[in-house]
Design a protein around this ligand. Structure first.
Ligand code: BTN
Length: 259
């Protein structure tokens, strides 16, 4: 099947200042995370973007596997050098950028499940993995990995069939990965600039969060907990009120929404 991405069209329609200035488009790779990290070590500029039609070792948060359907998923990693910017905000910013780009291209209105799963009609349509390197206190590089289920059929992947959806399933129509990637890089660059100018990114993130005011289960490392999602702090920490009245704080983990 002919790819819906061409490097030439991608560059021409991009209209960003530096995100995507260098795009590496691979038909198949292990994980775009590894290629981007290698690029970073070779001194690649901020904004370098690695895109793959297929990943043989796609990875997700919490050591999980990430499924990339050949030519149907958007699998992309972007190199940022955030130096003294707060890392938790980079997480929120990416989630907001993904949600906004999906909305812009499809009209669908994604929400965010804490901390950064992108949800449509109760199912996961996109996930975000950020791997950073630091020297002392300084974040020298952050590889922002984004996977979007664009045209894939979740039923082809038994592990995710019950919990995942795709844009094509929801729209009953294919979505151009090229248009979506362009929109994503634009949104990401715009919000990244706003973060540098001190804009309130947590506010934008909170406004899409579907987790607050719900009874949830939290999995964090080896810990499982349950309670009422009472709030989130500006650094993304989840405040969980347990049934015994005690308050737990989670900076990372995964949430399951309970009915
Ligand atoms: C998650 O929800 O667990 C995060 C999924 C992140 C998947 C993307 S696809 C592009 C990049 N390459 C990877 O191996 N992972 C990220």
């Amino acid at each position: 099947m002919e790819s819906d991405i061409s490097s030439v069209n991608l560059n021409e329609g991009l209209r960003t200042k530096y995100l995507g200035n260098k795009i590496i488009y691979l038909p198949i790779t292990s994980s775009t995370m590894d290629i981007t990290r290698d690029e970073s070590h070779r001194g690649a500029p901020e904004g370098t973007t690695v895109l793959a039609d297929e990943q043989t070792k796609g990875r997700g948060r919490m050591g999980r596997k990430w499924y990339t359907a050949p030519g149907q998923s958007l699998a992309v990693s972007i190199l940022l050098r955030p130096y003294d910017l707060p890392m938790p905000q980079l997480n929120m910013l990416t989630a907001v950028a993904v949600a906004r780009s999906i909305e812009r291209v499809t009209g669908l209105k994604p929400s965010i499940k804490w901390p950064n799963d992108i949800i449509l009609e109760g199912k996961k349509v996109s996930g975000i993995l950020i791997e950073s390197e630091t020297v002392g206190e300084r974040v020298t590089s952050a590889v922002v990995g984004i996977g979007i289920n664009v045209n894939l059929n979740p039923q082809d992947f038994p592990d995710i069939a019950a919990t995942a959806t795709s844009l094509k399933i929801l729209l009953q129509d294919r979505v151009s990965r090229e248009n979506l990637l362009q929109a994503l890089l634009r949104e990401l660059e715009f919000l990244y600039q706003r973060l540098r100018y001190g804009d309130n990114i947590p506010r934008l993130w909170r406004s899409r969060l579907n987790t607050l005011g719900r009874n949830v289960r939290v999995l964090s490392g080896d810990t499982e907990d349950a309670g009422y999602a009472e709030g989130v702090e500006d650094d993304g920490t989840l405040l969980l009120r347990r049934p015994d009245g005690s308050l737990a704080r989670y900076i990372a983990g995964e949430v399951t929404l309970r009915t």
